[in-house]
Design a protein around this ligand. Structure first.
Ligand SMILES: Cc1cc2nc3c(=O)[nH]c(=O)nc-3n(C[C@H](O)[C@H](O)[C@H](O)COP(=O)(O)O)c2cc1C
Length: 202
C-alpha cells in the first residue's frame, strides 16, 4: 500500500508530525507512507482553473496516486488548524481528488483529549459533497499528552497506545482493500459533483 500522510499543521515542531514519522518507520513492512507538508500551500482563494497554484496541483496528483490518505490533525479551538482547512478547500474547489479516497484520521494534542473534537470536525468536513472521502468508520486514534508520548528516538512509549495504533492501521489496510474492491465493482457512474453546494443553495 502507498499512503499519503498529511501533517495537519505548519508548525516547525509538531507532535502530529512525530506521530506520522513514527508510523512511517513502524509500518514500513506493511505500507509506504509519504509525509506531506501543507506549509507551502498558499491560503485558499477562488482561483480560475488556469491559475491554480502548482503546489495545489502537485498535492492533488499525490492524493490521486496514493491508495489512501492519512491525516494527523492538531486541535485548535475545538477545530482543525486553519492551514489544514485551507488545504482541504483547495482540493474541494479544484481536483476533488479526495472523492472516494480511503482516509484514516489520527491526531495528537498536548492536553489529555488527543484532538478528539478536531477529529470529529475533520470527519464532518471530509464528508462534505466536494470532498466525499471514504472515511474509515469507528476508529479514532487519540494521542493525548503528546509532548511526553515519544522517547528520544521518536518511538511511541505507551504499549497500549502502540497496540491500539497497530490494530487501527491493520484495519485501515483492510479497509483500503475493501473500498478499492467496492469501487471497482460499482456499476453506477457517479455524476460530476462539482459545485454541488451551488445546486443545493439554488
Ligand atoms: C491556537 C491554539 C488553540 C488550541 N486549542 C486547543 C483546543 O481547543 N483543545 C486542545 O486540546 N488543545 C488545544 N491547543 C493545544 C493543541 O492541542 C496543541 O498545541 C497541538 O494540538 C499539538 O499538536 P502539534 O504538536 O502537532 O503542534 C491549542 C493550541 C493553539 C496554538
Amino acid at each position: 500500500m502507498n499512503y499519503l500522510a498529511i501533517v495537519g499543521t505548519n508548525s516547525e515542531v509538531s507532535t502530529n508530525r512525530m506521530l506520522l514519522q513514527f508510523m512511517q518507520r513502524h509500518f514500513q513492512a506493511q505500507a509506504q507512507l509519504e509525509l506531506y507538508e501543507i506549509r507551502d500551500l498558499p491560503a485558499f482563494y477562488e482561483a480560475d482553473d488556469d491559475q491554480v497554484p502548482q503546489e495545489v496541483t502537485s498535492l492533488s496528483d499525490k492524493i490521486r496516486q496514493a491508495d489512501g490518505v492519512i491525516i494527523a490533525t492538531p486541535e485548535y479551538d475545538h477545530a482543525i488548524p486553519a492551514v489544514l482547512k485551507s488545504a482541504l478547500e483547495w482540493i474541494s474547489y479544484t481536483s476533488q481528488a479526495l472523492t472516494d479516497k480511503p482516509v484514516l484520521i489520527v491526531g495528537a494534542s498536548h492536553g489529555a483529549l488527543g484532538s478528539s473534537r478536531a477529529q470529529a470536525h475533520l470527519r464532518q468536513i471530509l464528508d462534505s459533497p466536494e470532498l466525499a472521502a471514504r472515511l474509515m468508520p469507528s476508529s479514532e486514534f487519540l494521542l493525548g499528552k503528546s509532548q511526553a508520548a515519544f522517547n528520544s528516538s521518536g518511538q511511541l512509549i505507551d504499549e497500549h497506545k502502540l497496540a491500539e495504533l497497530d490494530e487501527i492501521f491493520r484495519e485501515f489496510v483492510l479497509f483500503t482493500e475493501m473500498i478499492t474492491k467496492l469501487l471497482s465493482e460499482r456499476t453506477i457512474i457517479k455524476k460530476d459533483k462539482k459545485y454541488a453546494w451551488q445546486t443545493r443553495e439554488a
